[in-house]
Design a protein around this ligand. Structure first.
Ligand SMILES: [Zn+2]
Length: 266
């Protein structure tokens, strides 16, 4: 567990709610070290009171399962400010957030769940019958987004001529791709709401543009703006440098993803 040096951090460090400090002389039930605080200084386990109420134990189990101490939510909220999470990570403020790989996996799971929940409506709207299994779709999300991460990280590292370590660029890529996966999930939900309003594509009045022109293509603008703002926050420099740089490495990433998903031997 990394603890940020409090003397260096400007903002107050975010901490888990502190339980009662145990009586002196108590020992950690996990490792046996003497307890001086609500959390064991040797292994990090919370001071466990075996006499605590059933309700307390159930609450503890749920907050453990769903991360109700808010790290996932706080991480998603931090993602809304482009580049912020990456800067926090490279500056060593890691405790309040879940790690880059975990938030990336969370975003991938959110997009996959979105697709599974909405595809019935999608099929009905376009009059398609089900083709392709969920596992094939999950396979595509995983392979596509991982390829995208490697391409964005490496592309950004080359284009900024190694201003930051390659490892930091991979963290940047995981954060950016996670944000894009969440954006795609949000766009899919918007599209699904639109499909629910009309029922089928045939029911949409002829003057109204089709969904790709109404929603999917326009959403590229906030997507690219996000990546450019994140790039600029992490690497510094002027907008007129960041924007072409982002256009180059996103084009590169899309080309590599395309190659991996559609040109590999089936
Ligand atoms: Zn301990």
């Amino acid at each position: 567990m990394e603890v940020p040096p409090s003397s260096l951090s400007v903002a107050a460090p975010v901490q888990a709610p502190v339980a009662d400090v145990p009586a002196t002389g108590a020992a950690c039930l996990n490792c046996g070290a003497p307890l001086g605080a609500a959390y064991c200084g040797a292994c990090g386990q919370r001071s466990v009171d075996l006499g605590e109420s059933t309700w307390q134990t159930i609450r503890e189990a749920f907050s453990d399962a769903f991360d109700l101490d808010g790290r996932v939510l706080r991480t998603v909220r931090a993602l809304k400010t482009p580049g912020q999470l990456t800067l926090e990570f490279v500056r060593g403020r890691r405790m309040p957030y879940v790690g880059p790989l975990k938030i990336f996996l969370f975003a991938g799971a959110a997009l996959t769940t979105t697709w599974i929940l909405t595809r019935g409506i999608d099929m009905h709207y376009y009059g398609f019958t089900l083709k392709g299994s969920s596992s094939q779709y999950i396979d595509n999300v995983v392979r596509g987004s991982l390829t995208g991460c490697v391409a964005v990280g490496f592309g950004s590292w080359v284009l900024t001529r190694g201003r930051r370590r390659l490892l930091d660029e991979m963290v940047f890529a995981l954060h950016v791709v996670a944000a894009l996966l969440l954006l795609v999930a949000a766009v899919v939900w918007l599209g699904t709401a639109w499909k629910l309003i009309w029922g089928t594509a045939a029911a949409v009045p002829s003057g109204v543009p089709a969904l790709p022109f109404l929603l999917y293509l326009p959403s590229l603008v906030p997507g690219l703006a996000y990546v450019a703002a994140a790039d600029r926050r992490v690497h510094g420099g002027a907008w007129w440098v960041a924007i072409p740089r982002v256009l180059i490495f996103t084009t590169l990433a899309l080309a590599v993803i395309w190659a991996v998903l559609f040109m590999s031997p089936a």
